[in-house]
Design a protein around this ligand. Structure first.
Ligand code: KG4
Ligand code: ZN
Length: 333
């Protein structure tokens, strides 16, 4: 199948053309960071307005770069949730209009399913089922048992903040520019991860839930304390990043002890973090399991992953009606 993917759930206006859920013929993304940076976070109204003005051109761009046309497509895949309602509506309305105008099938995709199937893009070796996925983004942090393309089970969630949110908020306290995660990672390169013993959330044995609010608060108190004067911002960044990575890796280890999997997959924007990706790969090596970490451009929000997820889940029976609506709180399963 040749699918056009459209992703506008947050602040990236993204389109892609993907063949058979795997070969990425084009992957276009217009980053809105410059428009949100001065507010220190994403402003939903700005995001939806930018999507509205950019999306038509982004669709054309994806088709031209892929050397194809609307007529050649087998369907249109779009993120229908979860996300910012105003942003989602722009993508869903555009996808519906294209599907109506071309009489092609419409496939609604859950944004989080998209992140899971990013691991199938532009690679000859794909994760075998069942696999364990650690999905870490700005809005979500969860462990998912992926039994098959249609059988996805969330086995752990964060009790409070998402990992990316914790990165972003602490980066802001450190005076780093938005988006904070990548900036904090760059600063951490020159720091000592053992400089400050930030707390690691450990639930009772066997439990898998995640939490980052205690860590975030601890970083805030530390930065406001006298002790902060004796430590470099790079040490704070490295120690904070180490605490997040430890918590995530501990929960992956626990989940692997509690279940039986043939591979592990890391996905979501925070998967772009090299320290986390390195630790994740080491878990795979020690346990003799293949570890899949998508290319950086497929970790952060993109439309190729939406087309990939539609392909894996969407045979003809699963096409969606043109009455489809965006759902900011779309449940995972
Ligand atoms: O998946 P994504 O692009 O959007 C959501 O669905 O949320 O994830 C964005 C999140 C942001 O919180 C960003 O700071 C974080 O991923 N992020 C990183 C890195 N790159 C992106 N966090 C830590 N290290 C990175 N290199
Ligand atoms: Zn995302």
């Amino acid at each position: 199948m040749l699918l056009l993917g459209i992703e506008t759930s947050c602040d990236d206006t993204a389109t892609a053309v993907v063949r058979d859920g795997r070969s990425v013929l084009s992957n276009v993304s217009t980053n809105q960071d410059a428009f949100h940076a001065k507010y220190g976070g994403i402003v939903p109204e700005i995001a939806s307005r930018r999507h509205a003005s950019l999306l038509s051109a982004a669709v054309d761009d994806a088709l031209v770069r892929a050397g194809t046309s609307l007529d050649a497509l087998d369907g249109i895949a779009v993120t229908s949730g979860p996300g910012l309602i105003g942003s989602l509506v722009v993508g869903v309305a555009t996808a519906k209009a294209l599907a109506f105008a071309t009489s092609k099938p419409l496939y609604a995709v859950n944004h989080l399913h998209g992140h899971l199937f990013a691991a199938f893009l532009d690679t000859d070796v794909t994760p075998p089922y069942p696999f364990l996925a650690l999905l870490v983004s700005g809005g979500h942090s969860q462990l998912v048992a992926v039994e098959s393309a249609r059988d996805l089970r969330v086995i752990a969630k964060t009790r409070d903040d998402a990992a990316g949110e914790a990165f972003d908020k602490t980066a802001r306290l450190l005076g780093l520019p938005f988006p904070g995660g990548p900036a904090l990672e760059r600063l951490a390169l020159d720091g000592d991860p053992k400089a400050i013993a930030f707390p690691r959330y450990r639930p009772e044995p066997g439990a898998l839930d995640l939490s980052f609010s205690g860590l975030k608060t601890s970083a805030r108190y530390f930065l406001a304390s006298d002790a902060a004067r004796d430590v470099s911002p790079a040490d704070v960044a490295a120690s904070f990043q180490a605490a997040i990575v430890d918590v995530l890796i501990d929960r992956v280890q626990r989940a692997l002890e509690a279940g039986s999997y043939r591979a592990i997959v890391l996905s979501g924007g925070v998967a772009a973090n090299m320290s986390l990706a390195g630790a994740f790969r080491r878990v795979g090596e020690t346990r003799g399991l293949p570890a899949f970490v998508p290319e950086r451009r497929f970790c952060t929000d993109n439309a190729a992953m939406i087309a990939a997820a539609a392909e894996r889940r969407g045979d003809v029976d699963l096409r969606d009606p043109l009455t489809l609506t965006a759902d900011p709180n779309l449940p995972f399963a």
